[in-house]
Design a protein around this ligand. Structure first.
Ligand SMILES: [Zn+2]
Length: 334
């Protein structure tokens, strides 16, 4: 059975990193320092004095060497994964809608397509993610993603993890956390994801964001901005929550709707003085559902309400209501 090229790459990388680490081990043991040397500062630790605790000192040095080896492997692996890959910034609409779910600044995240990893895999290298699915990357760039949301939300959780850890090397160290170098060498990369604590945390974030974005995704499962409604009066002026009118004077309220996506349904109801419930008034709905008009016959407070929603979808609906205080008609002129 042919070994996929990325397994051979990681195996070669791990082997060379080990060789390098071995060399570091022999030189660093000779240095009598409380702070054991390390190629990568995040691998540095305070080792016991080799004369007083030779076993502890050797174990400490071995840990540092393994850490250095893993980080070298990480960097080499990411270098081959990202070679020649064009990366993109998340479209504004997604940055705007998803930023509340993440602490890292999503404007700093880049993503691209790289197939030098297992099929359907995605790999986050701190603030860059490589997806092994060209169409996913295309839809994400265009702001028209209509599936695989869990994949996106999971990888963004890794971006958060890196930001919280502070540096790419600290993230790499955590990424390899409880993996043995031997595991890397015999590598079955497809199981790496399942083996790490960071993965469980990223999955929990993904699950939460998937459910919290349900009311933000439309009929086609695309993430869209929430509906907003601006109500305007007869001469196009934006209406406040409460307006005044006179008996016998025609009123026309228009709804300017933004956000969401088609089909957008506008449902108008009203409440006339002396009644307790909102009721529909189909004859008052004009302009293809965009406006509601009426001529108040009695003094008192009328309420006009419009609801905008997308039928059959989970998209959150939006409601706007205006109270119209109707005063008696002007007294007849003499
Ligand atoms: Zn992951």
């Amino acid at each position: 059975m042919a070994i996929p090229s990325y397994y051979r790459v990681i195996r070669a990388l791990a082997a060379s990193a080990l060789g390098g680490a071995g060399a570091v081990l022999s030189t660093s043991v000779a240095i009598e320092s409380a702070f054991a040397q390390a190629i990568f500062p995040v691998c540095r630790e305070t080792c016991p004095d080799p004369f007083r605790d030779p076993v502890g000192a050797a174990a400490c040095q071995a840990r540092i060497s393994a850490c250095d080896g893993k980080l070298a492997s990480y960097r080499a692996y990411m270098t081959q994964l990202g070679a020649g890959v064009t990366t993109y910034q998340l479209p504004a609409i997604y940055r705007e809608l998803l930023q509340p779910f993440y602490s890292a600044n999503l404007a700093n995240w880049r993503f691209g397509f790289s197939d030098r990893q297992p099929p359907n895999n995605a790999t986050t290298d701190c603030n860059v993610t490589y997806f092994n699915r060209a169409n996913f990357v295309l839809l994400l760039r265009n702001g028209t993603l209509d599936g695989f949301w869990r994949t996106l939300f999971h990888e963004l959780a890794h971006v958060d993890q890196c930001q919280q850890l502070g540096t790419r090397d600290a993230y790499a160290k955590m990424w390899f956390g409880n993996l043995e170098l031997a595991f890397l060498q015999s590598s079955n990369l497809e199981t790496i994801h399942d083996r790490m604590i960071m993965e469980a945390a990223a999955e929990a974030v993904a699950t939460s964001v998937v459910s919290r974005t349900v009311p933000m995704r439309d009929l086609t499962n695309r993430l869209v901005r929430p509906f907003t409604i601006v109500l305007t009066g007869s001469s196009g002026e934006v209406l406040p929550d409460r307006v005044t009118a006179r008996v016998g004077t025609a009123q026309r309220l228009s709804a300017r709707v933004t956000g969401g996506s088609d089909p957008r349904e506008r449902i108008w109801t009203w409440r006339v003085p002396g009644t307790l419930q909102l009721a529909s008034a189909p004859d008052n709905v004009v302009d293809g559902g965009n406006a509601f008009q009426f001529t108040p016959a009695v003094a008192g407070t009328y309420f006009v309400r419009v609801r905008v929603r997308q039928p059959e979808s989970n998209l959150a609906e939006t409601i706007r209501q205006v109270a119209v205080d109707v005063l008696p008609a002007f007294p007849a002129r003499r």
